[in-house]
Design a binder for this molecule. Sequence first.
Ligand SMILES: [Zn+2]
Length: 175
Amino acid sequence: MGWVSTDNEHEGWAACVAPDGRLSASSSGEGMLFRGISGRYKRDKMMPDYEVVPDAEIVGWRGQCVCGWQGEMWERVISRADADFNHRRDYVSPEDSAHASLKVEDAIHDEWKAHIGPSEALLGVEAAAREYNQAGHRLDKTVAAAKAAGASWADIGRAVGISRQSAHERWADKQ
Ligand SMILES: [Zn+2]
């Protein structure tokens, strides 16, 4: 239903916020669905563990991720004149579905992308480390083959781009 990270560890979306602070799980024709029974709202017909909060009572929006992360609050204001994007305030008519506006949803998406930024960047490090280790193993094997074929430590050092002494220290024990 939302945005998924490359490693599938994170799935985020723009959730609606109920007056009691709960974040919506889904929506229906009657309003937004919230997990848990407070007794103040009617239960959803399909899912008995969920309550339906009328769209008009939604107080704002915030990002949510399956990992537990939550974004900062975007407050819903009661008149169009009070909307102020830079102060995280937006207007959605009480007559309409209480979903975040496209602009707020985009902003929440950006917040979520910043949240997953470190783990996305680490995927690059993991891939590079894998290649680095594979290249190291290949280097060891080819050096051993060159030595077995009669190359000197000076020849091998020159091929690798290091000194004869360094080549000897690095691989002599592995022969
Ligand atoms: Zn996450």
